[in-house]
Design a protein around this ligand. Structure first.
Ligand code: AHM
Ligand code: MG
Length: 332
């Protein structure tokens, strides 16, 4: 079998299609290396004393796990010195992280959720890393303002899933490609090119314990799914909820489905649960590149102009027909 490493894939994308710059190629390779390091730390678990709480809260007021902090550090350190970045922003840090003066600076902005689904770490369920890349607008300081660009301007997005295997799923605006970590060689190998999400699905993902807080359109949509064969949809639907967005989205990339973390009366004040810049935008970019759709119930996620770095947003994404139906119910 012909094995194509991530490095080779990126070099060929650069050479044949001219869709990435050398700096973007370096950036992706460095992020991939950081994901390998995170995967190793997670894999050691209690043997390395990395499980449990870090004893601190992040800017969102959430308790940080030790691995949240470790993963954030790994990504920061890996990306500081290469000269490809203007700045970084993370779900775990209040303000953007400037590149220290001792290093050269580049044109890209890197944003990440270093460890998504971290409530699952201590129970040994899949977690992941989500990242997004923007260009720093010309002549602009790489401060908070520079990051407030709609998701449609992303030049690259990806996620790693630390599950039974470690996967890296990537888009540079030219389809979505999956790489599997070969643990012996320590290299990511192309395992699926041009992933397509089936347009139709009979599987949905939502935290149903929030049902009593949902808005009427979401209640209607889910009630119809739950009614199954006897209901208006005339079909039975299956439900899954891992509570790690990376794992739920990856299932949808693999066999279709719809993922919803909608607006509800519990999170309405903060605008939703998931973060626009670190979670919704990169996932929306990936899902659209795979032929799916992503909205906040009212608008296409990638069109939303962010107002704040840590802004939250409702998320409905996955198989196109279902996302369109759930979104249409919001405007009825
Ligand atoms: P995190 O980035 O702090 O881990 O939070 C985001 C996670 C998502 O991965 C997941 O979809 C959601 O929170 C689960 O929320 P809930 O526990 O309310 O079901
Ligand atoms: Mg997250």
């Amino acid at each position: 079998m012909r094995r194509i490493s991530l490095s080779r894939f990126l070099i060929e994308e650069q050479r044949n299609k001219n869709v990435i710059s050398s700096d973007l190629r370096l950036l992706i390779e460095v992020v991939a290396r950081a994901c390998k390091a995170i995967s190793i730390a997670i894999g050691k678990g209690s043997l390395a004393g990395v499980l449990g709480s870090a004893g601190s809260d992040n800017v969102q007021g959430e308790v940080q796990k030790k691995l949240d902090v470790i993963s954030n550090e790994i990504l920061l350190e890996a990306n500081e010195w290469g000269g490809h970045l203007a700045a970084m922003a993370s779900e775990e840090m209040e303000f953007p992280h400037a590149i220290p003066n001792r290093y050269p600076k580049g044109e890209y902005l890197l944003l990440f959720d270093p460890l998504d689904g971290s409530s699952n770490i201590d129970v040994n369920v899949s977690v992941g890393t989500i990242f997004s890349v923007l260009q720093c607008p010309e002549g602009m300081e790489p401060d908070e303002q520079a990051f407030l660009q709609p998701g449609s301007r992303q030049v690259c997005a990806g996620y790693a899933v630390y599950g039974p295997t470690t996967l890296l799923v990537l888009t540079i605006g030219d389809g979505v490609h999956v790489f599997t970590l070969d643990r012996e060689l320590g290299s990511f190998v192309l395992s699926q090119e041009n992933v397509r999400i089936p347009e139709e699905t009979r599987e949905f993902a939502i935290n149903a314990s929030n049902a009593r807080y949902w808005e009427p359109p979401v209640k209607r949509y889910v009630d119809e799914l739950l009614a199954g064969k006897e209901g208006p949809r005339g079909e039975d639907f299956n439900m899954r909820w891992v509570a790690s967005m990376v794992a739920d989205v990856h299932r949808i990339m693999s066999r279709g489905g719809i993922f919803m973390y909608p607006l509800d009366s519990k999170t309405v004040k903060q605008g939703g649960k998931l973060r626009l810049l670190y979670e919704a935008n990169p996932m929306a970019f990936i899902v659209e590149q795979a032929g799916g759709a992503a909205t906040d119930g009212r608008r296409r996620i990638l069109d939303v102009v962010p107002e704040r770095l840590h802004q939250r947003i409702p998320v409905i994404l996955g198989s196109k027909n279902e996302v369109e139906r759930a979104t249409a119910y919001h405007s009825d």
